[in-house]
Design a protein around this ligand. Structure first.
Ligand SMILES: Cc1ncc(COP(=O)(O)O)c(C=O)c1O
Length: 297
């Protein structure tokens, strides 16, 4: 099944994830070819960069003898949902520490998490901001005992190593790899996995995403001890900030679905693809460029 540790329950991982060419005259007019790396199809419960980020963390947790995974997220966090599923398949108990108050009935991602056996705990916004402080971590240990801590969004050195495996699965020549950026962990790994001459371009889904360059550099330093010079981040396609949208983005998504029969995740993937199309139309990519866009969810 292509993963590093054995799952306790049958788990179908579609790896390598499919690579599909997107044929679109707006791109061919600019002399570009675009391929979608369909990481969203890896597994319905642990899709996209969630699997990439969890893979080596699951291995580390097991090697260190942990039986519990604990992580943080907002009420709509895909990372919380995926961690719960990973716990179910790989036989770890899971705890999800959620920002804010409990709202019942649970929304779909938290409902899925609980169905996969996750215990939920809630931190008010002030405590949540301090979630990685020794005081809050000690409080969580008092409440939940020993655990393997996954950071919010799942980005750490193990996650970066998992994401660095994406380019190695691509069996055709390409020049540029693109992904959406929230914490920057995916871009850090993606860029590291490229060969000389290739570049990576991240699209910030956060307003004021300029700080992400420091984060990506930090993740690369943590994982590899050095920063690669082959990546950059576009900060102009956030549509007002995290989980914000407007009619331009909505129209892009509806039009994309009509043309390509693919419904895009609007929080991350649609913002990246919108950015790629705008940059293509502005002539920002040299004619002849082959782009791979990672569909991370
Ligand atoms: C679907 C999707 N795409 C992209 C990202 C951004 O990844 P990162 O936080 O590693 O920058 C996330 C967040 O993890 C995500 O859920």
């Amino acid at each position: 099944m292509g993963d590093v540790i054995a799952s306790a329950r049958p788990l179908d991982l579609r790896l390598p994830s499919p690579l599909e060419e997107l044929r679109d005259d707006r791109l061919s007019r600019a002399g570009l070819r675009l391929f979608l790396k369909r990481d969203d199809l890896i597994n319905p419960d642990i899709p996209g960069n969630k699997w990439r980020k969890l893979k080596y963390n699951l291995e580390s947790a097991r090697k260190q003898g942990h039986q519990v995974l604990l992580t943080f997220g907002g009420a709509y966090s895909n990372h919380i949902r995926a961690t719960a599923a990973a716990g179910y398949y790989f036989d770890f108990a899971t705890v999800g520490v959620i920002r804010g108050e409990e709202h019942l009935p649970l929304n779909p991602p938290l409902g899925d998490a609980v169905r996969h056996g996750m215990r939920l705990a809630y931190l008010d916004r002030a405590a949540y901001r301090e979630k990685m402080s020794p005081e809050v971590i000690a409080m969580l240990h008092r409440r939940f005992g020993e655990f393997y801590l996954l950071p919010e969004g799942g980005s750490n050195a193990d996650a970066v190593r998992g994401c660095s495996e994406i380019p190695g699965e691509i069996d055709r020549r390409f020049d540029l790899a693109c992904c959406a950026c929230g914490t920057g962990g995916t871009l850090a790994g993606l860029a590291h996995g490229l060969v000389p001459g290739q570049r990576a371009l991240g699209f910030s889904v956060l307003k004021g995403g300029e700080f992400l360059s420091r984060e990506v550099a930090g993740f690369q330093r943590e994982a590899y001890g050095a920063v690669s010079g082959n990546w950059s981040i576009e900060c102009g396609f956030h549509f007002g900030g995290f989980a914000r949208r407007n009619s331009v983005l909505d129209q892009f998504i509806a039009d994309f679905e009509r043309r390509h029969a693919l419904s895009l995740d609007w929080v991350y993937v649609a913002k990246m693809l919108y950015g790629i199309f705008v940059l293509a139309q502005q002539g920002s990519f040299p004619a002849g460029t082959t782009i791979v866009a990672v569909v991370t969810g």
